[in-house]
Design a protein around this ligand. Structure first.
Ligand SMILES: [Zn+2]
Length: 465
């Protein structure tokens, strides 16, 4: 029996607002424990929350970047449960009217574009952090993270294999960075992910029972968890066993999933509208203002770079992973159409100079005035003295072709093309070198510095033996 796998992901993303979701405490990582706390985020009686506008804007921006519909009238809900890291004994979240719905993210799976549908994006607030390993007999709690704004991006179970899961997670992380809503530092827990895996007979329309693994704090662990869980479920089905809906925990040290509890139902959380926060009305004017702030997104850049500019996938991704480089490239290609040279130089010799001046240097290479390997030196000279490309060329004396790298390239080509003359020279016909020097001069249109050429050509012929 063959099986199909269906994966759904829930990505939790901490928003990079200055203050927390419902109070004015600082939203910052790494401060001393319980430094950024107040009666609101520690749930003291009588404290009232007020909503962070910036968090709402950032959630809308994420929704727009993921092609979602924005809910003009939305509100927050209480999700009731007790855990020591949640002092209010409820989390302010969204259940009934998520702020964004029905979007998608496009990914590439073996050269085929696939849309992964986004079911919804909703608000959550983060919980505190339990510290278990400081003392043997007690657990410490740091409430600094309590009330930090989170959005949860929930996909439909559209992901069919490991590669698609990887592409989706990489794609979403890059997108969140591009639109500037999160720093996405995984080592600081800014992105976490829940994974749902189900398995069904190949071709079946009905999804198998869903298994959820919560709070996986690295994408590589998420991928391992999916691989493990899909394999485990297929083995169970092959043995004739049934898959029961469960919440399992991913044990990243032993790399296996272990049962946490039977799957809880949403009714268990007794969701109801948060009474302390008014309805959120979002007018279309604000939505279109936010829309204008969204840059061209990574996937669109990827298609343009590979299809229109013919860059390799690797080069395109190297540029795109660094938004500054990608923006720089985009400006250069408006001025100059040597796409491959430009991308190469940005990737290898990126300098903080204007696209116009940067492209002048590209032209020097194209015109044969300098060698590829001198480009780095010119950039250094330009940066050091804050001068133009041609001034740097003058300063370095590269205008008259004193560039040893370039001369060496010419000599080597001439030697390859005139094996007989080289052979003659080695057999004692010393004047054969005059012929070779002449050929170098013809090739460079007479621009090579003759002294340098003269001293180099002997060395290169000797080295070639
Ligand atoms: Zn607070």
């Amino acid at each position: 029996m063959e099986y199909d796998i269906r994966i759904g992901l829930e990505v939790h993303c901490e928003l990079n607002t200055k203050s927390k979701m419902f109070c004015s405490c600082k939203n910052s990582f790494g401060d001393s424990p319980n430094e950024n706390c107040c009666p609101v985020c520690t749930g003291l009686p009588g404290a009232l929350p007020s909503l962070n506008k910036e968090a709402v804007k950032k959630a809308i921006k994420t929704g727009l970047a993921l092609n979602c519909q924005i809910n003009n009238n939305t509100y927050l809900d209480r999700k009731n449960y007790f855990y020591p890291d949640l002092p209010k004994a409820y989390q302010i979240s969204q259940f009934y009217e998520p702020i964004c719905q029905n979007g998608y993210l496009e990914i590439l799976d073996n050269d085929i574009i696939k849309k992964i549908r986004i079911k919804e994006i909703h608000f959550e607030e983060d919980a505190g952090k339990l510290i278990h390993d400081r003392y043997d007999d007690l657990t410490l709690i740091d409430y600094n993270r309590c009330g930090v704004p989170l959005i949860e991006i929930v996909t439909m179970p559209d992901i069919e294999n490991i590669n698609q899961a990887k592409e989706f997670l990489d794609g979403i992380k890059l997108l969140l960075k591009y639109i500037g809503v999160s720093e996405c530092k995984m080592e600081q827990g800014m992105l976490r992910c829940d994974v749902n895996v189900s398995v069904m007979e190949k071709g079946s329309e009905t999804l198998g029972n869903r298994l959820e693994m919560k709070n996986i704090n690295s994408f590589s662990a998420a991928i391992k968890a999916i691989e493990y869980e899909a394999k485990r479920q297929i083995e169970e089905l092959r043995k004739g066993n049934k898959i029961i809906s469960q919440t399992r925990k991913w044990d990243s040290i032993n790399e296996k999933s272990v049962l946490m509890r039977d799957k809880e139902e949403s009714a268990d959380y007794r969701f109801f509208k948060e009474p302390d926060i008014p309805f959120i009305e979002i007018d279309d004017k604000i939505i279109s203002e936010i829309k204008r702030e969204i840059p061209i997104l990574p996937f669109e850049r990827f298609l343009t770079y590979t299809k229109k500019y013919n860059l390799s996938k690797d080069d395109a991704m190297t540029l795109i992973r660094d938004k500054e480089k990608s923006d720089f490239f985009d400006k250069c290609v408006l001025i100059n159409n040597n796409y491959k040279i430009i991308s190469n130089k940005i990737i290898n010799d990126f300098a903080k100079i204007s696209p116009e001046e940067f492209c002048r240097v590209i032209d020097f290479v194209n015109e044969g005035r300098i060698s590829n390997s001198s480009v780095g030196k010119i950039f250094q000279e330009m940066e050091k003295n804050n001068i133009s490309a041609s001034d740097a060329l003058d300063n370095l004396g590269l205008n008259q072709i004193n560039d040893e790298n370039y001369i060496e390239e010419i000599i080597k080509t001439v030697l390859e093309e005139n094996e007989k003359a080289v052979e003659d020279f080695k057999n004692g016909k010393k004047n054969a070198v005059g012929f070779l020097i002449g050929q170098c001069m013809i090739k460079s249109k007479g621009k090579l510095n003759p002294q340098i050429l003269n001293s180099m050509i002997y060395k290169i012929i000797e080295k070639g033996e």
